[in-house]
Ligand binder design. Structure first.
Ligand code: PMP
Length: 331
């Protein structure tokens, strides 16, 4: 199921875990006539995000290679979609799940993880994510059959996209992929797409996306100015953490500011019917920007087709006022 041989979106399926992947791909209407831009809608996964893919893939492989034995415990410092993805996978595979979550993070997401049977350990907000990571490792060391998957450094994260997201894209478009565009958090998505694409007859133009204030530019010899950003799931404040990002696989890094992203979220909903969150809007803007360059002859692609992902939906961010005024959203 996780190797690009998904039976398709319709089933019938035995369990909800089997519905992970095989998400629909939809054309972004606001792209130029001569260049198609497609987005893969990852909110269609049962946990509502692209992270269901890595949750299932990582745990299945760890069970296969004996890193984790049946009935074991998965422990991850996470506040977001990866927790929900891992919680669904653990639920389906008969594993225990414990998430170490700094208090300030979204209550909605913590409730979803708990509903799936996971245990939540809250750590003080002021101690930050570093402390949550320490607690995860301490807890794992105290147990016999426990792993910390560590999405920021685990190659299985990249492999999950290489094995599922990428072949799905290439199959849907019969191999005619001119560029892949994806916002980078762990960079698992973009690296998986880039590695798969590199093995195709016409490798795609690979574009990374980040919010303004993020430091991915440091990987490319730039000296970006660090700042806070509101866009969630992508960007970095410390590139030492982003161990999966391989700059030599990236042709271009596009930076998008929160204000434009906020406006694009509203536009995608109102004009195109997409209830997607900030990282999707960032990807949409970057992919459309690239499409304009192709349409005006500034950039040549092997195919006039650009593919991006919409990693999750907007419903889990409504309490943060994402559809309100920009000033309210950024607080
Ligand atoms: N968007 C959202 C909403 C996410 O949760 C994530 C994961 N942090 C990403 C984008 C980025 O994906 P990746 O970690 O594969 O770079």
């Amino acid at each position: 199921m996780t190797t690009g041989e998904h039976p398709g979106p319709m089933g019938p399926f035995e369990t909800v875990g089997e519905t992970i992947g095989a998400t629909p791909m939809v054309k972004i209407q606001a792209s130029p006539d001569s260049v198609d831009v497609f987005a893969k809608l990852e909110a269609f996964n049962p946990g509502g995000s692209i992270k269901d893919r890595i949750g299932l893939y990582m745990l299945e492989r760890m069970l296969e290679d004996g890193t984790l034995d049946p009935g074991g415990t998965v422990i991850e410092p996470t506040a977001g979609n990866t927790g929900i993805g891992l919680a669904i996978a653990a639920n389906q595979l008969g594993l225990e799940a414990v998430f170490i979550v700094p208090e300030r993070f979204s209550v909605e997401k913590q409730q979803l993880m708990a509903a799936l049977g996971a245990e939540i350990v809250n750590t003080p907000t002021e101690d930050g994510m570093d402390h949550a990571i320490e607690v995860a490792h301490e807890l794992a060391a105290q147990q016999k059959n426990a792993v910390v998957p560590q999405q920021f450094s685990n190659p299985l994260n990249v492999e999950a996209h290489y094995a599922t997201t990428a072949p799905e894209i290439y199959e849907t478009l019969d191999g005619a992929v001119g560029a892949v565009v994806a916002g980078c958090g762990t960079a698992g998505t973009l690296m998986g797409l880039a590695k798969y694409g590199d093995e195709q007859p016409d490798p795609p133009y690979v574009t990374a996306v980040q919010p303004a204030g993020s430091l991915f530019g440091e990987f490319h010899g730039e000296a970006p100015e660090e700042d806070e950003y509101k866009t969630e799931g992508i960007g970095t404040h410390d590139i030492d953490v982003n161990q999966l990002y391989e700059p030599e696989l990236v042709d271009e890094l596009i930076t998008v500011d929160d204000r434009s992203i906020h406006a694009e979220m509203a536009r995608l909903a109102k004009q195109e019917g997409h209830l997607v969150a900030s990282s999707s809007a960032a990807n949409s803007l970057a992919a459309r920007q690239l499409a304009e360059q192709v349409a005006t002859g500034q950039l040549e692609l092997t195919h006039p087709t650009i593919v991006t992902v919409f990693p999750d939906g907007s419903d889990r961010y409504l309490s943060k006022g994402i559809y309100g005024d920009f000033e309210d959203w950024v607080g």
